[in-house]
Design a protein around this ligand. Structure first.
Ligand code: CUA
Length: 348
């Protein structure tokens, strides 16, 4: 939401600048700025941070150039047809123009663009080289189950956040237990459907570090628009440290408030759906919460990771995410909610 508000504000700033500009040149400069400023950001196919996204952005720009050339040709011919004096016309030349402009130019332009686009497909769907980091992602209603399979290591189950090492290819294995979702990190590459009863694959190769945003790109139910995830691309060593830390069990509660929170977590039934490794909580219906306090967002990219938001999520779940299968625990006393929020936030 913050991201959208930020872009809307910027867009409206540019729109105001556009309206107050005088003269055709300044108008064009302003329009160009408005157009290009819409291309950056954490979720833009036109601001690529991965090899696959670079190819897709190239295709977009070549398609745009092709479109502009065809459009200018059509407008030029229209102006010629309207303005040319009838006695200046010559049947033979008109015939050549119709064949040339109406058949040859579109056929050549579209064939070139088609061949260019089709040639791009094999590298975009090719698997990552053997030995690459493998990540299995399952689309749930409405969150992401993420399982890292480091080469030669044990699988680590996480949720709702993906971290990747820069400059390394990654192989994603995608599926869904019930409805169709689509896994998409626009800054890194194209989207891939997650289909119940089928497994699909996607290889990505991030080239820039940074925090990006992934989203579900296929309508999957009430909270489809609230099913996102931060994607953090890090230096290789930093990523290795992060993954090793995520593989560890949860730290024991640090103080009496978080200890009370853990007691409530186990007593109130949270552990039937959620796992916190290192504790008796081993449910697998909902997201793994072993290190939930270290994630950048809550509820699959819906809320910033803050203690108040943990409380809000636990007490008003379906207000935050309509249709969520987790029941709202609004009946819990304020002090209990505070202890639960402190415990969850403390799971770093
Ligand atoms: Cu999942 Cu839309």
């Amino acid at each position: 939401m913050a991201w959208c508000a930020h872009h809307l504000r910027r867009l409206s700033d540019h729109a105001v600048a556009l309206l107050t500009c005088g003269g055709a040149v300044r108008w064009l400069v302003c329009a160009g700025t408005l157009f290009v400023s819409g291309c950056d950001g954490v979720q833009s196919t036109l601001s690529p941070a991965g090899r696959e996204a670079e190819r897709i952005a190239d295709l977009f720009w070549w398609m745009t150039v092709g479109t502009v050339v065809v459009w200018l040709g059509v407008i030029g011919l229209t102006l010629y047809a309207v303005r040319a004096r009838s006695e200046a016309r010559n049947e033979r030349r008109d015939g050549l123009l119709i064949i040339g402009g109406g058949v040859v130019v579109p056929t050549v332009t579209l064939t070139v663009l088609l061949v260019y686009g089709l040639a791009m497909l094999p590298p975009l769907v090719a698997p990552a080289p053997a030995g690459s980091l493998k990540i299995a992602v399952s689309g749930e209603q409405w969150w992401w189950r993420v399982r890292y399979q480091p080469p030669g290591g044990e699988a680590i189950t996480l949720a709702n956040e993906i971290r990747l090492p820069v400059g390394e290819p990654v192989q994603f294995r995608l599926d869904s237990p019930d409805v169709i979702h689509s896994f998409w990190i626009p800054s890194l590459g194209g989207k891939m459907d997650m289909i119940p009863g089928r497994v699909t694959y996607l290889a990505l190769h991030p080239t820039k570090t940074g925090v990006f945003r992934g989203a579900c790109a296929e309508y999957c139910g009430t909270s489809h628009a609230l099913m996102n995830f931060p994607v953090v691309v890090q230096e290789k060593e930093e990523f290795a440290r992060w993954l090793a830390q995520q593989a560890e069990p949860a730290q024991p509660p640090a103080d009496s408030l978080t200890a009370r929170g853990q007691e409530l977590f186990l007593a109130d039934g949270c552990s039937a759906c959620h796992t916190v490794r290192g504790t008796p909580a081993n449910g697998v219906i909902g997201p793994d919460l072993t290190h939930v306090g270290s994630r950048l967002s809550l509820a699959a990219g819906t809320l910033p990771n803050e203690p108040d938001n943990f409380r809000r999520w636990v007490a008003h779940t379906t207000d935050v995410k309509p249709g969520a299968t987790m029941p709202a625990f609004h009946m819990l006393p304020h002090e209990d909610l505070r202890a639960l929020a402190a415990y969850l936030k403390g799971l770093k």
